[in-house]
Design a protein around this ligand. Structure first.
Ligand code: NAP
Length: 299
């Protein structure tokens, strides 16, 4: 407000364009949030953008730089507070359009090379969940194109949709991505893996599931399968709660079984986890068997 008054006092031209980019990405999962963490991340986005809206309500360009979690919910790093703060920016853009004032909410997926996503780390983990990153030059090219078209809200990200639908089940549930879901959603689960389990005897099934869990765990821990000791508790090998979440999502997508988070965080070894998954898998395979029989009868 002081800046605006000063410009007027000095006879300078008015501010006609405002771009809001202030932000902090101190991510936390919902269960780990406290008021301070919520406030810290909300302040620059919610209070900051609202103050600019109040002072520069009449700006003929009002750009709000938002982020992918606003439309997906927290992905990978579990930034529930960051998702909420950015969702506010998207909502503000629509609010301003409703008031017949300009607004563009441009929600980016992660940039690589520079910026807060690089500093926060986690780009590798995101890419394993199907969320790729954009080079600054590419993202700036988009910036120009979005400003030329002026949509109220647009999200621009480099995504591998089949991976995203597997890793972020909430993306399946929202109607926003229906068109992508039709094209890239698949049926969930890995038919080949389940088929192999269905054909195998008990001992072979144990080997398939054991090898699968070893490979998945190694990917999540960013190590080689050879480094996984099947008798050492996964927590001792470095599995934290975010990694456990990632592992759980993959196992659900690939085998159709849901391993409770508490079970993972109790720190079972791969051998114990294999027993647990095999127990759950029995039901999935029985259902699969039932489906096949029904199909044969229909034919
Ligand atoms: N980089 C990405 O991959 C990415 C992807 C999607 C969306 N975004 C969004 O794009 C915007 C810019 O990202 P960036 O990568 O350029 O981040 P950045 O390098 O961390 O810059 C953020 C800026 O916000 C300022 N800021 C933070 N809190 C503030 C506050 N309370 N009041 C005033 N200024 C404050 C910081 O100022 P100080 O340095 O003085 O603290 C910093 O200049 C952010 O809103 C971010 O959410 C970024």
């Amino acid at each position: 407000a002081a800046l605006r008054a000063e410009l007027e006092r000095e006879g300078l031209p008015p501010v006609v364009g405002v771009a809001h980019l202030a932000g902090i990405a101190r991510g936390a999962m919902l269960a780990g949030l406290d008021v301070e963490l919520l406030r810290e991340v909300a302040e620059p986005k919610v209070a900051g953008a609202w103050n600019l809206h109040r002072v520069f309500g009449d700006a003929s360009l009002f750009l709000l730089v938002s982020a992918l979690p606003a439309v997906f919910g927290p992905v990978g790093v579990g930034a529930a507070n960051y998702a909420a703060a950015n969702a506010f920016l998207d909502a503000l853009a629509h609010h301003r359009r409703g008031l017949d004032t300009d607004a563009v909410a441009l929600g980016y997926g992660p940039w690589n090379g520079i910026g807060l996503a690089v500093r926060e780390g986690g780009l590798d983990q995101l890419s394993r969940l199907g969320v790729g990153s954009m080079a600054p030059a590419e993202a700036l090219d988009v910036f120009g194109r979005v400003l030329a078209r002026r949509p109220a809200q647009v999200t621009v990200a480099r995504l591998d949709w089949p991976e995203v639908f597997t890793a972020v089940p909430s993306a399946r549930a929202t109607g926003q991505f229906a068109a992508f879901l039709d094209e890239f959603g698949g049926t969930g689960g890995s038919p080949q893996l389940l088929e192999r389990c269905a054909q195998a005897g008990p001992q072979e099934q144990r080997e398939i599931v054991g090898d699968y869990l070893t490979e998945r765990l190694a990917a999540v821990l960013q190590t080689g399968a050879g480094d996984i000791d099947p008798q050492v508790p996964v927590v001792e090998m470095g599995l934290d709660s975010l990694m456990a979440l990632e592992l759980r999502v993959r196992v659900k997508a690939d085998l159709g079984v849901v391993v409770p988070m508490v079970r993972l965080l109790e720190g079972p070894s791969v051998e114990q986890l294999t027993d647990h998954v095999l127990g759950l898998l029995t039901e999935v395979l029985a259902a699969l068997d039932g489906d096949e029989e029904r199909e044969e009868i229909t034919l």
